[in-house]
Design a protein around this ligand. Structure first.
Ligand SMILES: *Cc1c(COP(=O)(O)O)cnc(C)c1O
Length: 323
């Protein structure tokens, strides 16, 4: 699939090209529950998954207004910075990545890739990072706009209203592609932006399940609700067509995965031929299996799992795990 020229295509047209793949995965199909994987990971090699949808409207001004530079925030393994760096290289705008913590002696594979794409990395102390990552202060913005004229800021993880709007196209495309014939749309949750977008793009008779992969993510439910409400002209009852499921974080972003997850990771990939990333999609798959075991789904229900990409996150993990 080619994204060029991205802005000549509507986002819905791109979203409609994504495959929905019916897979056989024992914890679900063994119980008569159907699993369909929506392969948003295949949109593009580097600008893939939900990050593509989330960036679509946020970077449009950078592409159309004489390539103004774009900055955002993330950690050393951020899928968001990775996608932003790729987008900058692809569409000809410069990018600045504000990275949490001191510059390490060796850059992570993710940050090395960002540099190769021409992203300028600026390392921020944890306190300065925390002060600015979700909403940069006016003095922070002014300081960096002196160095990069018109620098456009996107919040950490690409969170925000424009991003939720982009993500809503995933749900719209699934509705059209499957003719409305499914019961759940399931997605891994970081900032909750994608979940909010899916909830606003989906028919109200269906349910979006968002599985949170973070530990102690603050008032995540409140943030999701705010985003949903911001997209919905009429007042919206919280949780009307989405549910946020917590408790499947397996220690948050931490690198050490419990043995049970590693086993399920390998099993899923061998049974379905679809690769997962350790931070997001693996935890989603594990959660779906556990929920099925708990009797959460009914027989013959159809779950569409959004493969939100993030496969670059396998780098660094693969050397740790003895397959
Ligand atoms: C960023 C990311 C998510 C979470 O998206 P949010 O909109 O922040 O909730 C899920 N899956 C993958 C692979 C991601 O990279």
């Amino acid at each position: 699939m080619t994204l060029v020229p991205i802005i000549d295509h509507g986002l819905l047209n791109i979203a409609l090209q994504v495959q929905h793949q019916s897979v056989d995965w024992a914890p679900l199909t063994g119980r008569g529950i159907e699993l369909i994987v929506r392969r948003d990971d295949e949109i593009d090699l580097s600008l893939s998954g939900n990050k593509f949808y989330k960036l679509f409207f946020s970077i449009k001004p950078a592409i159309t207004n004489n390539a103004i530079p774009v900055a955002s925030f993330g950690g050393a393994y951020s899928n968001h910075l990775y996608a932003l760096a790729a987008a900058g290289a692809r569409f000809g705008f410069s990018t600045v990545g504000f990275v949490r913590g001191e510059r390490p002696q060796h850059l992570s594979p993710t940050l090395r890739y960002c540099v190769e794409q021409g992203m300028r990395l600026e390392f921020l102390s944890r306190s300065i990072y925390r002060e600015n990552a979700s909403a940069p202060t006016p003095s922070f913005v002014a300081h960096w706009q002196e160095q990069f004229a018109h620098l456009l800021f996107i919040a950490e993880g690409g969170a925000g209203v424009a991003a939720a709007q982009g993500a809503s196209y995933i749900a719209r495309a699934t509705e059209l592609a499957l003719n409305g014939q499914f019961d759940y749309l399931a997605v891994a949750v970081g900032t909750g932006t994608t979940l909010a977008g899916l909830a606003t793009g989906l028919a109200t008779s269906k349910m979006v399940l968002g599985v949170s992969v973070l530990k102690g993510s603050g008032d995540l439910a409140g943030k999701v609700n705010d985003l949903v409400v911001s997209q919905t002209p009429v007042s919206c009852v919280q949780g009307a067509n989405y549910r946020l499921i917590e408790g499947f974080h397996a220690g948050g972003y931490a690198k050490k995965l419990p043995q049970r997850l590693i086993k399920q990771w390998r099993e899923f990939e061998t049974q379905t031929g679809i690769l997962l990333d350790p931070v997001y999609t693996l935890k989603l798959v594990v959660a779906l299996g556990d929920l099925a075991q708990l009797g959460y789904f009914k027989k013959n229900e159809r779950i569409v799992m959004v493969h939100s990409g993030g496969l670059q996150g396998r780098c660094g993990f693969e050397s740790v795990i003895d397959w």
